[in-house]
Design a protein around this ligand. Structure first.
Ligand SMILES: Cc1cc2nc3c(=O)[nH]c(=O)nc-3n(C[C@H](O)[C@H](O)[C@H](O)COP(=O)(O)O)c2cc1C
Length: 321
């Protein structure tokens, strides 16, 4: 089973990828959040850093582009090759209105003749490196999937990641696993399943239903449980010491790049995934003013120091000054 760590913009940067690989492993390929391509192909500083060989030493990574211009994509693939990438990905899945309004991301699924014309032009010349694609199963409705699938099968993508929701469904609510079954039945080369895999049991259920599954991509499940890929491969759960090391190393890595408050904000956002809906924990996390208090809020098992938001002293004690 090949396991991809899903791209998540603003979260799965080089710091997270490196720390995850060092502490937990189990991932075959770390996917980079999308680069929004422009006419001048001038990438943002953070995008350049994200794809640079220094940022990804020792990791297999898959960068991703958001564009509807074949020339831009070819030039970017050349750049990705120069950065040492052996494959790169086209985003047909982003559901954000700011992206889809411009006919990019999942917006490309709304106009299949235009998507076909784009792919015809793109594949009319040899590409610098192989291209994969990440798609949703429709824009408005899962009924669009058979036609999208037939179109994608006509082009030589290295693999196809299928997030089994429509763009309208964003990231929550119903999923449509039968769309993945259809891709397998129709012999789409190298399909990658994506959507709502949270536990090793979810992956077992998937492979029991679809024995032909060769690869999965996991996003939020790995944010909630960074040891998930290791567990899928039969390894142990994350120990409290490992989780402490995970958050501490992430904080230190982010604090080297951003202001300390931004680094702490990122940690708090990340901790929302395993934190669930525990109101008390959420409150403690909101109040936490440093990394230690954040970790205590998340892992403290009720023994975390509870602070009074008014004076930031332990509850029941008033600050003397
Ligand atoms: C905050 C966030 C940012 C994301 N950024 C990207 C991205 O840059 N490129 C992409 O293809 N998908 C992106 N996704 C989608 C994920 O890669 C993945 O397809 C989605 O979370 C479903 O998988 P999961 O249920 O395992 O999380 C993002 C998702 C989230 C929640």
């Amino acid at each position: 089973m090949i396991i991809y760590f899903a791209p998540m913009e603003g979260i799965t940067d080089g710091v997270l990828r490196r720390v995850h690989h060092q502490l937990f492993g189990g991932i075959d390929v770390y996917c980079l959040p999308f680069h929004k391509l422009t006419q001048s192909l001038s990438l943002l500083t953070r995008e350049k850093r994200d794809i640079s060989p220094e940022e990804n030493r020792g990791l297999r990574v898959l960068p991703q582009a958001l564009t509807r211009d074949p020339g831009q994509l070819t030039a970017w693939l050349d750049y990705a090759r120069a950065c040492g990438c052996s494959c790169a990905d086209l985003n047909l899945g982003c559901p954000s209105p700011t992206v889809t309004r411009r006919g990019r991301g999942s917006g490309m699924l709304r106009d299949l003749p235009a998507l076909r014309a784009f792919l015809e032009q793109l594949f009319s010349n040899p590409l610098p490196i192989p291209l994969s694609v990440k798609t949703r199963i429709g824009y408005e409705s899962p009924e669009e999937w058979p036609e999208i699938l037939a179109l994608l099968r006509d082009y030589p993508f290295a693999h196809t990641t299928i997030h089994i929701r429509t763009a309208r469904e964003q990231y929550t609510g119903s999923i449509h696993p039968e769309a993945f079954d259809l891709a397998l039945r129709q012999g789409l080369p190298h399909p990658v399943y994506n959507g709502d895999l949270r536990t090793p049991e979810d992956v077992l259920a998937l492979t029991a239903r679809c024995p032909g599954t060769e690869a999965v991509m996991i996003g939020r499940g790995l944010l909630a449980d960074p040891a998930l890929a290791r567990r899928i491969r039969g390894g142990p759960k994350a120990s409290p010491a490992e989780l402490r090391a995970w958050y501490t190393a992430l904080y230190e890595g982010w604090a080297e790049r951003f202001q300390a408050t931004i680094a702490l904000g990122r940690i708090k956002k990340l901790m929302e995934w395993p934190g669930g809906n525990d109101i008390r924990r959420k409150r403690l996390l909101r109040q936490a003013g440093d990394i230690e208090s954040c970790i205590e809020a998340l892992l403290g098992n009720g023994q975390a120091r509870e602070t009074d938001p008014e004076n930031n002293a332990p509850i029941g004690q008033k600050r003397s000054d």
